[in-house]
Design a protein around this ligand. Structure first.
Ligand SMILES: NC(=O)c1ccc[n+]([C@@H]2O[C@H](COP(=O)([O-])OP(=O)(O)OC[C@H]3O[C@@H](n4cnc5c(N)ncnc54)[C@H](OP(=O)(O)O)[C@@H]3O)[C@@H](O)[C@H]2O)c1
Length: 301
């Protein structure tokens, strides 16, 4: 099968197409004929070697943590899924490939396109996990740093669905986008504390940092301490006494199925830009640059 591989750590140029063996599903795994694969910031961090301590990666490796595709083989002991099912989920073997193995998958509603389906697993699980960790409730105000990307697009909508008010930051090109998702938008950078105080004179109840671009000190100033501040991207968190929410292995097919139904019904906005498999390096280059709106996906259709 065709797959994107990297044999050494480095920039996007280390990614190349190769012919590799089709993986065989082990116990509890399904094999998918991949239709679309989500691109995550983490894919580039793993490819660069920067994540070796947290995610040791034997080389050569196929990038990609999430996938949408058609089940074409079942491992021992798999129940509730049959060959031919259209599903989305987390890939065990890398999803930038014609076939991938997966353990946790949810049914893809017929009305949900492949690209939008592949954009959901990582972003929805992360957004929901952090909102739960922060304990966001109706009537509260939550500040989100860098909310126009993959995780933020869903986090804004999940938080407003809980009845919270979201003040979210983005660059100039994404202010209107954040408003369209239901947030009060403001630019990041110099003067942020003053801008947020003007928008929320009674203060913010919680802060979700999705960008990891140096906004933790401002967050502490706005919260008056380190309580109810969570980052998913700023590795200085522990030094500052702030919670870093690490990637989780607690993946729920039931929750993912519910999110997929909401997306199919048009209740959840997802924004995707697609690249064919042979342009995976370009997709990661765009992702590495750090100004993605919504999600990037690799398509194999
Ligand atoms: N720990 C975990 O469990 C976990 C899970 C998933 C992702 N992550 C990490 O979380 C981060 C976000 O993931 P993602 O998929 O949402 O990323 P993404 O889609 O690449 O989005 C990144 C966003 O950051 C914004 N941004 C760029 N510079 C900024 C700045 N100086 N201040 C504030 N925002 C800025 C960009 O907005 P503009 O384009 O408007 O500048 C862009 O929308 C990544 O670092 C990813 O690796 C962690």
């Amino acid at each position: 099968m065709k797959a994107i591989l990297f044999d050494r750590f480095g920039g996007p140029e280390v990614l190349h197409e190769a012919d590799v063996e089709v993986p065989r599903p082990g116990p509890g795994q399904v094999r998918l004929r991949v239709k679309a694969a989500g691109v995550n910031g983490l894919d580039g961090k793993i490819r660069s070697g920067a994540m070796e301590a947290a995610f040791p990666t034997p080389l050569p490796a196929v990038p990609g943590r999430e996938v949408a595709g058609v089940v074409d083989a079942l491992g021992e002991g798999v129940t509730g899924v049959t060959v031919g099912d259209e599903v989305l989920g987390w890939s065990d073997t890398g999803s930038y490939a014609e076939y991938a193995l997966a353990t946790t998958v949810a049914p893809k509603p017929a009305d949900l396109g492949w690209q939008r389906a592949a954009a959901l697993p990582v972003a929805s699980e992360t957004a929901e996990r952090v909102l739960n960790l922060l304990g966001i409730a109706a009537g509260e105000t939550v500040l989100m740093h860098g909310a126009a990307g993959g995780v933020g697009t869903l986090a804004v909508q999940f938080a407003t669905a809980r009845g919270a008010r979201v003040i979210a930051t983005a660059g100039p090109a994404n202010q209107e986008y954040l408003v369209s998702l239901g947030a009060t938008a403001t630019p990041y950078g110099e003067g942020l504390v003053e801008r947020v105080r003007a928008l929320a004179p009674d203060g913010v109840d919680a802060v979700f940092d999705l960008a990891g671009k140096g906004a933790l000190e401002d967050s502490i100033a706005l919260r008056g301490g380190t309580e109810r501040i969570v980052t998913i991207a700023d590795f200085r968190a522990h030094q500052l006494g702030i919670t870093f929410a690490s990637s989780s292995q607690e993946r729920s097919a039931v929750r993912l199925a519910a999110v997929a139904r909401e997306a199919a019904a048009g209740e959840l906005v997802t924004t995707v830009a697609a690249y064919p498999l042979d342009q995976a390096a370009t997709a990661q280059q765009v992702s590495d640059a750090g100004h993605v709106r919504g999600k990037l996906v690799i398509t194999l259709d």
